[in-house]
Design a protein around this ligand. Structure first.
Ligand SMILES: O=P(O)(O)OC[C@@H](O)[C@@H](O)c1c[nH]c2ccccc12
Length: 316
């Protein structure tokens, strides 16, 4: 089966870029660039993935895997991402916070004009964040690997999640070299075999893998994969941008919730969390951690934003 057919059989709607790319000109009497005939992205996530494909193939040419592997041997050890979340949860009795260093997003535009990633990261740490998430996609989120590196070099102690659209194992090695302690893998984009393979690479590199799901089918696929410690439930649909925090509750009900507790998997509630009520709602649903960007990054002091989000100071 071809790559897209394997993906489709698992309910994955995101297609990988056609190898030839969309035709750029008229050929013969007909325009071949037909809308939605396989050569135009159908939604924003698909567009991001097709761009990422080009970006990664260019970066791989400049820094082939053999070169990256040499740097890995000298990279400092990673810090325990999952451990930090668990420790925060038992210290505060509230979900451990992964605070996101996020300048912009395709759905919300620019979130913060004067954006100093290191300053924001330090404010988050001071405000009681257990871990940080750093967006590294430049084109759609105005993030960068330089931000990740800078935060790590500035002496921030919170473990760092590299927030990327991973489609190739090369990106995992790259993230590790740039200072990541954990990496995001999105089930809406990656077939089971890729997730299995990438989770193994993460283990080999001592990185935590946060596997992100958005619906029941993705959750069931991921629960069928061995060795997963961390699942994120995204309340935002990355194809339509619709946000609904009851999604977290829906995916943790019944047998799924039971299986997750049995397997001792930590669930992270992601996106659209703005108030102490929101946090309490997803905690009630069963999450032990939350991933929050917009509501805290927008505050003039993002550290105080954390106290606002939880309804109390969690820094002590
Ligand atoms: O800013 P919010 O609504 O608090 O969301 C943060 C985070 O969940 C969101 O940025 C996110 C979750 N999964 C993603 C995947 C790609 C890009 C971004 C994301």
């Amino acid at each position: 089966m071809f790559q897209n057919e394997v993906a489709e059989s698992q309910g994955i709607r995101i297609r990988r870029r056609p190898p030839t790319g969309p035709p750029l000109h008229f050929v013969g009497p007909f325009e071949f660039r037909l809308q939605n005939e396989g050569n135009t992205p159908r939604n924003i996530l698909e567009e991001i993935i097709w761009n990422k494909d080009i970006e990664v193939s260019q970066m791989k040419e400049r820094k082939p895997l053999v070169t990256l592997k040499k740097f890995i041997d000298n990279a400092p050890p990673t810090r325990d991402f999952v451990g930090a979340l668990k420790a925060a949860h038992s210290r505060t009795g509230l979900p451990g916070l992964i605070a996101e260093v996020k300048k912009a997003s395709p759905s919300r535009g620019i979130l913060r004009e004067n954006f100093d990633p290191v300053e924001i990261a330090q404010a988050y740490e001071k405000g009681g964040a257990a871990c940080l998430s750093v967006l590294t996609d430049e084109k759609y989120f105005k993030g960068s690997f330089e931000n990740l590196e800078a935060i790590r070099s500035a002496g921030v102690k919170c473990p760092l999640l590299c927030k990327e659209f991973v489609i190739d194992a090369w990106q995992i090695y790259y993230a590790r070299i740039k200072g990541a302690d954990a990496i995001l893998l999105i089930a809406a984009v990656l077939p089971d075999l890729d997730i299995r393979y990438m989770v193994k690479i993460c283990k080999m590199l001592d990185l935590a893998a946060l596997i992100e799901v958005h619906d029941e089918r993705e959750m069931d696929r991921v629960l069928g994969i061995e060795g997963i410690e961390l699942i994120g439930i995204n309340n935002r649909n990355l194809e339509t941008f619709e946000v609904d925090i009851s999604n977290t509750k829906k995916l943790l009900e019944g047998e799924r919730g039971q299986l997750i507790r049995q397997k001792d998997i930590i669930v992270v509630g992601e996106s659209g969390l703005f108030t102490p009520d929101h946090v309490a709602y997803v905690q009630e649903a069963g999450v032990k951690a939350v991933l929050v960007g917009e509501s805290i990054v927008k505050q003039s002091d993002p550290g105080k934003g954390i106290a606002g989000l939880f309804g109390k100071d969690i820094s002590v």
